[in-house]
Design a protein around this ligand. Structure first.
Ligand code: PLP
Length: 354
């Protein structure tokens, strides 16, 4: 894959680290590659970041044929650019694409594109503690045709966004509403794919939770409406007595890369982790008996988000007196220290951009 580079002639002003939120500021360039079913992926280029022009009839606008990924690059104190498990993201993109009848990508080509783009945008990587360069690859179906079928043509982009510290005021446990009306995913559906449509379907639940003074929503399984599945767009973990539980990947859970990393890390620390379906009733009972120790959610954006309280109908399920627990703290510190290079990386999670 040969990448043409068209550099921007008017570079933007950088935004101060302290003013960065999430996903609001974008760098000067983006990667773009096109796909046609007759010729595969072609025309790889790095171009100035800017608006996209598409046919109003493009499949993505009408039938939601879109997938995406989210990962981060970090700058170490010595100036290294470090990516956290980037190949896992492109592997997952390929699985998502297969589910949505979209073409798969060559992972080595994507790594080459990503590294070249980030090198060009190196000066955009923030260095203050807790900050990073968020990377958003996405694929859209661009056929100008209103018939319902998988598109023949696609565009893949990678855009970059410097993001601020998720935890400006420390890791404050959140309050989560258990969703009783709507579901996120059903076996056989698209819940295991990172597809925009899943997010569209979850917005009403999140809005409802926020209207009730909660930060996020905990989704239950779609069939029995008993088993806990995911917390917003993060994977869920529950520590009961001395065991950490997380729902198994049985077709409704998004296989989070942070989730897999947390499982590996806890096992290496000899903390028991079990992939098992848990009902909300069991979690409630555990809170009554005092055996519910911690609840947390995992994902790229925040790494880990401690949960202080679940609201389930009229019941309140409190974990660890609404304070961050020792397991959540340990995971947060270990993973972020590996990401930025403060400690060794015994798991080989990091890919350094030379
Ligand atoms: C992206 C995502 C996650 C977290 O995945 P990571 O790879 O850890 O960022 C969890 N659940 C859903 C629904 C997601 O879209």
């Amino acid at each position: 894959m040969n990448i043409k580079v068209n550099k921007s002639k008017n570079l933007k002003e950088k935004v101060k680290s302290s003013q960065l939120g999430f996903g609001q500021v974008f760098t000067d360039h983006m990667f773009k590659i096109k796909y046609h079913s007759d010729k595969g992926w072609y025309n790889a280029e790095i171009i100035p970041y800017g608006d996209i022009s598409l046919s109003p009839a493009a499949t993505v606008f009408h039938y939601g044929q879109e997938t995406f990924e989210g990962l981060k690059a970090y700058k170490s104190k010595s100036g290294q650019i470090r990516l956290f498990r980037p190949r896992e993201n492109f592997k997952r993109l390929n699985k998502s694409n297969q589910r949505l009848c979209m073409p798969t990508v060559n992972i080595d080509d994507m790594m080459k594109a990503l590294k070249q783009l980030i090198k060009l945008e190196e000066s955009w990587i923030p260095t203050e503690e807790g900050t990073s360069l968020y990377i958003r690859p996405f694929v859209i179906a661009t056929n100008p045709y209103l018939g319902v079928k998988a598109s023949d043509i696609y565009e893949l982009y990678i855009i970059l966004s410097p993001v601020g510290s998720y935890y400006k005021t420390g890791l404050t446990p959140t309050k989560i509403l258990v969703e009783e009306n709507f579901v996120r995913a059903v076996k056989g559906g698209t819940g295991t794919a990172k597809a925009g449509g899943n997010y569209a379907a979850s917005l009403q639940s999140i809005k409802n939770a926020q209207d009730k003074g909660c930060n996020q929503v905990l989704f239950l399984d779609a069939i029995e409406r008993r088993y806990v599945e995911e917390i917003g767009t993060s994977n869920a973990f529950f520590k009961i007595d001395e065991v950490v539980y997380t729902p198994p990947l049985t077709g409704t859970i998004l296989p989070g890369i942070t989730r897999a990393s947390v499982i590996e890390l806890l096992k290496s620390k000899k903390i028991e982790v079990v992939e098992k379906r848990l009902t909300i009733e069991e979690i409630y009972q555990a809170s009554l008996s005092g055996s519910l120790k911690e609840i947390f959610a995992t994902g790229t954006a925040a790494v880990i988000s401690p949960i202080g309280e679940l609201i389930w109908n009229d019941k309140s399920i409190v974990a660890n007196d609404r304070l961050i627990g020792p397991i959540s703290q340990l995971i947060y510190e270990q993973i972020t220290d590996i990401q930025v290079g403060n400690i060794d990386d015994p798991f080989n999670w990091i890919e350094i951009i030379e």
